[in-house]
Design a protein around this ligand. Structure first.
Ligand SMILES: [Zn+2]
Length: 473
């Protein structure tokens, strides 16, 4: 890296930029919550400044805002951010921690409280924000990354920055929805917002991120400004080893950081299929990065990470799975703190359809057969230890007994359920219902009932056929 920007200069720089960029943002779109984040990436840590303009598009009035600081869950004063069985895989070099430090918070603010244990910043506003009104909160903070193969950290291949910033909790029924960080599942839940993130690209590094990035040279440094609309979270992947490829496909900018010659083809096939059956892709870009990762892959707003150690059809399955999440997770949100099966089940079913569409019926059938066999084995094991499986889909992440339990219900049983729904309703009816669901709840958060209603609006009492699957059977 060539030079350091001092924090004082950095803040002067962003303060000067602010009025112009806010004006630019407001011109052509309907009001929405916006994040503007500036990052100064250095080897020993990252300095950040952030302006969030919360736009209240709900019928409720808010006197406070709540921000979840997911990166604070990686602090050394807390347990490692994974299940104990995952520890060797997630931290191959041994336990490692990050540090988030809040340095300033101001704006339309009377007071604030940072609850370190809950990773939660509560901002008490200087006036209530009624429907249609806005409130601005500016923060300055710094963070260091843990050395890990989890979703936030660095490893031998590069770094993944996700959940690094104070992020507004999702609003559910007029309240900020919060639950404790969970090492099981994905405890990340937010409403959509527009993002503009500016960062320096360290020398020798390539990157992919949410949204479309524009690079410029300033004083010998490469500066990236990436913009994304209607995403639920913003992520960046940096690598000083992996090559980057970009191309345009049906108006979508595709970016790939990695060395698999087939990835972009898989991505295009997935985009083509899901767009044709569930409705148009919601974003103007899609990025994929191959990185060391503890699970198969991970989805973020218009970007996903794939575990680089996978190959063949397993790798293809993960690419198709993570891209399906752009429909089920990103465009259509659901509460994955209590209802993770909702997006994972639809995502797995979409992936099954991907292999059917590719005429790889053997793999598609295998997905269903292995969901059944794994689920049966799970039930047998639970019975053999005298703790029969409770087959209820959903429930708080923190209430699941472990990853094995969570995976069998959230991924396997929910795939079995959607395959059953397809057999019972017919593929065309089911896809019509899911397209209706995708259209109605695009950029919103859909409850379980919203999903059932979309089914019933397409085919009377369709939900009654499959609701038993989510109960404790
Ligand atoms: Zn998934």
């Amino acid at each position: 890296m060539k030079k350091k920007i001092s924090l004082a200069l950095f803040i002067a720089f962003i303060t000067a930029l602010l009025p112009l960029s806010l004006l630019a943002c407001r011109k052509d779109t309907k009001p929405t919550t916006t994040y503007k984040i500036w990052l100064d990436i250095q080897e020993d840590g990252i300095e950040a400044a952030q302006t969030v303009e919360f736009f209240n598009d709900t019928p409720y009035t808010f006197e406070e805002l709540k921000f979840n600081v997911y990166s604070n869950a990686f602090d050394s004063r807390k347990p490692l951010a994974c299940e104990s069985q995952e520890q060797n895989e997630a931290y191959p070099e041994g336990p490692s921690f990050g540090k988030f430090e809040l340095k300033q918070l101001h704006g339309d603010v009377k007071d604030y409280d940072f609850d370190f244990d809950k990773n939660l910043i509560t901002v008490f506003l200087d006036r209530p924000v009624a429907p249609g009104q806005s409130a601005t909160v500016k923060t300055v903070y710094s963070f260091t990354l843990p050395h890990t193969k989890l979703r936030y950290g660095f490893n031998e291949r590069g770094a993944t920055l996700s959940g690094f910033y104070p992020q507004l909790c999702a609003i559910v029924d007029g309240d900020w929805y919060y639950d404790d960080f969970s090492t099981i599942g994905d405890p990340y839940f937010a409403d959509v917002a527009d993002y503009e993130v500016t960062f320096n690209l360290p020398d020798g590094f390539e990157y992919v991120s949410s949204g479309i990035g524009k690079t410029s040279q300033e004083d010998g440094e490469t500066i990236v400004c990436a913009k994304a609309k209607n995403i639920r979270d913003f992520a960046i992947v940096l690598s000083d080893e992996l090559p980057k490829k970009s191309e345009k496909h049906n108006g979508v900018e595709l970016n790939y950081l990695g060395e698999n010659p087939d990835t972009l083809e898989y991505a295009k096939k997935a985009l083509n299929l899901y767009s044709s059956i569930f409705g148009k892709y919601a974003y103007d870009s899609l990025s994929v990065a191959d990185m060391p990762f503890v699970a198969g892959g991970m989805e973020y707003g218009s970007i996903c990470v794939i575990n680089e150690s996978l190959s063949g059809e397993t790798y293809e399955e993960v690419v198709a799975h993570e891209i399906a999440h752009q429909w089920w997770y990103s465009a259509v949100g659901s509460n994955n703190l209590i209802s993770a099966w909702q997006d994972e089940g639809l995502t797995n079913y979409s992936t099954y359809l991907y292999f059917i569409d590719n005429n790889n019926l053997v793999y598609a059938d295998d997905m269903i057969a292995s969901a059944y066999s794994q689920y049966r084995r799970f039930c047998d094991i639970q019975n053999s230890v005298g703790e029969p499986a409770v087959g209820k889909l959903g429930g708080r992440l923190n209430d699941f007994p472990g990853n094995y339990y969570y995976t069998n219900l959230t991924y396997n049983k929910s795939l079995m359920m959607w395959k059953y729904a397809q057999d019972a309703l017919g593929r065309e009816t089911l896809i019509t219902a899911l397209a209706r669901y995708a259209e109605k709840y695009r950029f919103k958060i859909a409850s379980e009932d919203d999903l059932w209603n979309s089914l019933d609006e397409t085919s009377q009492d369709a939900s009654a056929l499959i609701k038993n699957w989510i109960k404790a059977v």
